[in-house]
Design a protein around this ligand. Sequence first.
Ligand SMILES: Nc1ncnc2c1ncn2[C@@H]1O[C@H](COP(=O)(O)OP(=O)(O)OP(=O)(O)O)[C@@H](O)[C@H]1O
Ligand SMILES: [Mg+2]
Length: 459
Amino acid sequence: MAKIVIIDDEPAMVEVISTLIRDSGHDAFPFQSSKKAIEELTTISPHLVIADIKMDNLDGFDVLRECQEKFPQTPVIMITGYASVETAVDAMKNGAYDYITKPFKVDELLLTVKRALDYQATVKENTYLKKELKQKYRFENIVGTSPKMQAIYNLIAKVANTDSTILIQGESGTGKELVARALHFNSNRQHRPFVAINCSALPENLLESELFGHKKGAFTGAVADKLGLFEEAQEGTIFLDEINSMNQQLQTKLLRVLQERQIRRVGDTKSITINVRVVAATNEPLQDKIKEGSFREDLYYRLAVIPIEMPPLRDRLEDIALLANHFLQKNAASTGRDPLKIEPLALEAFSHYPWPGNVRELENAFERACALCEDGVIRLHDLPPQIIEQSASARPATAEGGMTVGQKLDDFIKIQERAYIEETLKYNSGSREKAASMLGVSMATLYRKLDQRPKSKES
Ligand SMILES: Nc1ncnc2c1ncn2[C@@H]1O[C@H](COP(=O)(O)OP(=O)(O)OP(=O)(O)O)[C@@H](O)[C@H]1O
Ligand SMILES: [Mg+2]
């Protein structure tokens, strides 16, 4: 059943068309005033609009313009009284879907309506398909074969296709959003919208109207009705990111929404039933917030029907090599060049670092290294200073230190020498000239040892 808005200043005409529309099984919203109709558009969120071209005040062209702005996917059929094809063609040039001339035959009207609705359904589906292609976050985008990640995949596969509310907990950068998308795109809601909102990104009052929408005039600045994200996500999934930052008042409202499966737009008295799967994420343990009294325990239990705990990267260091490869491929795809390589020493440095920013930090380190890298191979000195530092302190610095045995002497010397050079460089704030002088070698030797071509300008 489609929602169809009919606008004509001739009462008899609105009446006839509305009756025909209702008889064919759709919902008719008749208006004699185009101004009133335009005001109500957002509330109705129509699948199709039928408007007379010639009306007093705002005419059919105004309606068309308004529709295209607010509902670009909603087709508009124009009615023209004079069989004046010229105006009708003008309307089509301006984006009207079709036109009918008065007087019209019933079949003609119904056929045009049917075609417009089919068209609307296809456009809508195509938009989702396109979006879906762009955001196709299935399992293959989540990299890692460690037992901890395998447990996550198993859990996603098991619960994706249920309607249970899910709470994803984990430190920043552990892949919570990737998992939320994987849940959606592996569910039977996958052709419906996935709507994400970061609850910490908006001031509290704005967040409420963003989530639930508002009525025109509900507060200063509410100049028109606004559709909330819960309604936009109808039949799909809403991802409430950083739910930990939601204030108590809104927590109470959200709890009610989860219990009643109904929302109310800010300033409205009527409730709207929603069918939306809720996935929430937090980068702070909610249990701590409950203890300190800033998060409602009852809401926590509503959200965490199925909890998913994302492991920090330092607990699955065995995934780093795969992730490294993934980011090198990603970089190659975006630059159109062959994938860069990474020297073993640099790769090893990754596993000596605690990764407080998790996979996001690793990804950023790669982006930086790919940009700095000069000869197709990422080397230790291309990595961010804090990683080099950690890896240097993790490696035995003197012969008395606890040494890793099993290396070839040559490799051992190279690694020690390299670490020492990196340290000296760091001490001299990256100045190769000063480092060479301190090490008592020529610039040429330093460059050879660093295995890179001299830069034209000293840093
Ligand atoms: N397992 C993984 N495989 C591949 N890429 C990953 C993985 N985990 C995270 N990433 C990448 O790291 C970045 C951060 O991931 P995501 O945004 O999902 O993390 P988050 O947990 O939501 O972080 P935050 O709490 O900071 O919002 C993204 O670019 C994502 O593609
Ligand atoms: Mg996130």
